[in-house]
Design a protein around this ligand. Structure first.
Ligand SMILES: C[S@@+](CC[C@H](N)C(=O)[O-])C[C@H]1O[C@@H](n2cnc3c(N)ncnc32)[C@H](O)[C@@H]1O
Length: 286
């Protein structure tokens, strides 16, 4: 297990609280919305805000979904970009043998938490401080690259995808999840922007004006088998955990992260936020 560092941290604002929560034992290694299976009537299976483990189960389910999309194999090299507290690498480590699993993050504090994770399967676990738009790896290094719920923070989706294409081997697979906000005239854009960036920033291109992941992958000509799954409804119930009623009642007026969570909930509930899973395979260079 190795940890390399290069620069000062620049992590999203809400992670100050998440790191405290991790150390207090009130949050686990997954820092994403999770995935709820839906019944025929559209309600979430297994949802219950009284059950403290339901959210963690939903988060494990999201990991299973993205791992299934990637068809990961033993003995391969896998990169998790913006690895959070190492939850996805922990899941991969439990599944695989002879694998080389690397997590990168902009925030050294999260990587220090990752570094405490032992491999249960004698896989090589590596952690490195790096910016997703400037990956410190040679061309054609990895078989699979994941990026879960983080791309909206990056300075440029396009630059990140170019870096992804560069560090993946020919035939290598990318699986990401991303949040796309949709324009709406019910609220002026500067409100979205200010509230989002205060609590959940950096979020430089909320409306994907430079293109969403699928558009960018298609237009680059370097990818094949591009697939998108709309998981908007599968992620929606999670606000019952990240923005519960007591946050709404007591924290929202003065707490920037709580305000951002409530804004995201409002957008998500009003179909102004699309949560998507995207996969693609490195094809021939155009
Ligand atoms: C919502 S969390 C998701 C974490 C993890 N992928 C997971 O699913 O648990 C977003 C992550 O993106 C990381 N991040 C933000 N900007 C980054 C950048 N430019 N380069 C690398 N990581 C970044 C944050 O530090 C944080 O760990």
């Amino acid at each position: 297990m190795t940890l390399q560092t290069t620069s000062e941290p620049r992590s999203p604002v809400y992670f100050d609280r998440m790191i405290d929560a991790f150390h207090a034992g009130t949050t686990g290694r997954h820092a994403h919305l999770g995935h709820w299976n839906l019944r025929d009537d559209g309600t979430a299976d297994d949802y219950g805000t009284e059950d403290p483990n339901a959210f963690a189960r939903a988060q494990s389910r999201l990991n299973s979904e993205v791992i299934r999309m990637a068809s990961v194999a033993p003995g391969t090299r896998i990169l998790d970009v913006a690895c959070g507290f190492g939850g996805l690498i922990q899941t991969l480590d439990e599944l695989l043998t002879n694998a080389d699993l690397t997590g990168i993050n902009i925030d050294i504090r999260q990587l220090e938490i990752c570094q405490r994770l032992p491999s249960v399967n004698d896989n090589a676990l590596r952690w490195q401080e790096a910016d997703a738009c400037d990956l410190p790896f040679a061309d054609a290094t990895f078989d699979t690259l994941f990026c879960i719920e983080a791309m909206f923070h990056f300075a440029s989706r396009d630059q990140f995808l170019a870096e992804t294409r560069r560090v993946l081997k020919p035939g290598g697979v990318l699986v990401l999840t991303d949040v796309v906000l949709l324009q709406d005239d019910r609220m002026p854009s500067f409100c979205f922007d200010a509230i989002l960036n205060d609590g959940y920033g950096p979020w430089p291109d909320p409306w994907c004006e430079s293109g969403d992941a699928t558009t960018l992958l298609k237009s680059s000509g370097n990818w094949t088998d591009i697939a998108r799954i709309d998981a908007t409804q599968n992620t929606l119930p999670s606000y019952g955990y990240i923005a519960p009623q007591h946050v709404r009642d007591h924290h929202a007026p003065n707490d920037v992260a709580a305000r951002s969570a409530l804004l995201l909930q409002w957008l998500h509930t009003n179909q102004l936020l699309r949560y998507e899973y995207v996969s693609a395979t490195v094809g021939a260079k155009s």
